[in-house]
Design a protein around this ligand. Structure first.
Ligand SMILES: *Cc1c(COP(=O)(O)O)cnc(C)c1O
Length: 363
């Protein structure tokens, strides 16, 4: 008997996530020196982790023989203090991606519908499909979530609505007032998930805590992978009403977040100087890239995140040409935008290099 006849049938039709290729991999494939390659493909922080987070991670490694605190007590306590919510209103995940999966475990059955924008973060759709639920994709308008169209796509079968602001891959955001009124108008059988992975780059970021205090069915997601520079350690969190958090805790693994990540995340929250620097550098980098794209006569989508989309014509060809020159970016074909690239904002020097190589690649 073949394995194919044994597996859950959704596995056979499940699309596969295509991550940005690691530097070492590209170096080996193309015969390049890894030291000369820059990766601007996955919205990672060009300034690395904060030095304080690094020191805490090193220290935690010395107790690597011990299981981590499965409840992430210290980290939830700290987040609760910072956000003025209760520690029981937080859940920490192996990246915020894990919390997207936990939402699937807790809420989705075959036949349910999940409303999301298109293009948006592809993990919403992947998790929806793996639980046998149906993804209802609502096109962006002007590269931005159209909250009215999202609301109109809700049916009695809808369980979840994902709103990603700033949106990946377009870098556009919705206003606080619009997000709040959207969530307040959603029917009672629907959970709204606000993915705030890039909210740390927006100043001031929309404050969605009133929705939680009002007892609405809302889950907000944050990550340590972007502005905190800890993508490798896999730490993200959700905040919501204590009732939803308790249900999500039932479906997670007992030790889902490793101790090194917990320690690094805790220390990272204390290094405001570092995150403030990252925000400043990112705004300067966005301006630098926008000026560069203008000089090249290329359309771009003004972004408030740490990445930006630029229209280059044959995206696959330009992606390939850039990669051969040691600059890894993200082609947008799988997002249905084959003429575009998504480029992570790098350091000033990396942005200069990207713009120079892009000029050459465009010919
Ligand atoms: C990067 C990103 C995340 C973060 O994922 P982690 O699992 O925390 O690394 C979440 N949502 C979006 C939209 C992202 O782009």
């Amino acid at each position: 008997m073949k394995f194919e006849s044994l597996v859950n049938p959704v596995v056979l039709t499940q699309p596969v996530y295509e991550p940005g290729k690691p530097i070492e991999y590209v170096a080996r494939e193309l015969g390049l020196d890894p030291a000369g390659i820059i990766k601007l493909a996955s919205n990672e922080n060009p300034f690395g982790p904060s030095p304080r987070a690094l020191a805490a991670a090193r220290q935690a490694l010395t107790q690597g023989e011990l299981y981590p605190d499965g409840g992430c007590f210290a980290l939830r306590q700290k987040l609760a203090e910072i956000k003025g919510l209760g520690a029981d209103q937080f859940i920490v995940g192996n990246g915020s991606n894990e919390i997207i999966e936990l939402l699937g475990h807790a809420l989705l059955r075959p036949g349910d519908e999940v409303v999301m924008a298109a293009p948006a973060f592809v993990v919403y759709k992947l998790v929806t499909l793996v639980f046998g639920a149906t993804a209802i994709e609502v096109p962006l308008v002007n590269y931005r979530h159209d909250l009215r169209h999202l609301a109109a796509a809700i049916t009695p079968r809808t369980r979840l609505v994902y709103v990603c602001s700033p949106n990946n891959p377009t870098g556009t955001a919705n206003s606080e007032a619009d997000l709040l009124s959207f969530a307040r108008a959603v029917p009672d059988h629907v959970v709204v998930v606000f993915d705030e992975a890039y909210a740390d780059y927006v100043e001031p970021a929309p404050d969605l805590r009133p929705l939680i205090r009002e007892g609405r069915k809302v889950v907000c997601l944050r990550t340590f992978s972007k502005i905190y520079g800890l993508a490798s350690l896999r730490v993200g969190y959700g905040y919501a009403g204590a009732d939803i958090i308790a249900l999500l805790n039932r479906v997670r693994q007992p030790f889902n977040v490793n101790a090194i990540g917990q320690a690094a995340a805790l220390a990272a929250l204390d290094d405001r100087e570092f995150t403030e620097k990252c925000v400043r550098e990112n705004s300067a980098g966005l301006q630098q890239l926008e000026a560069g794209f203008r000089a090249l006569g290329r359309e771009f989508v003004p972004s408030v995140a740490n990445f930006i989309m630029v229209k280059v014509g044959d995206g696959a060809r330009v992606f390939d040409a850039l990669q051969r020159r040691g600059v890894i970016v993200r082609p947008m074909k799988s997002y249905g935008m084959p003429e575009w690239l998504r480029i992570t904002v790098g350091s000033r020097a990396q942005n200069d290099r990207l713009l120079a190589e892009l000029k050459t690649a465009l010919g």
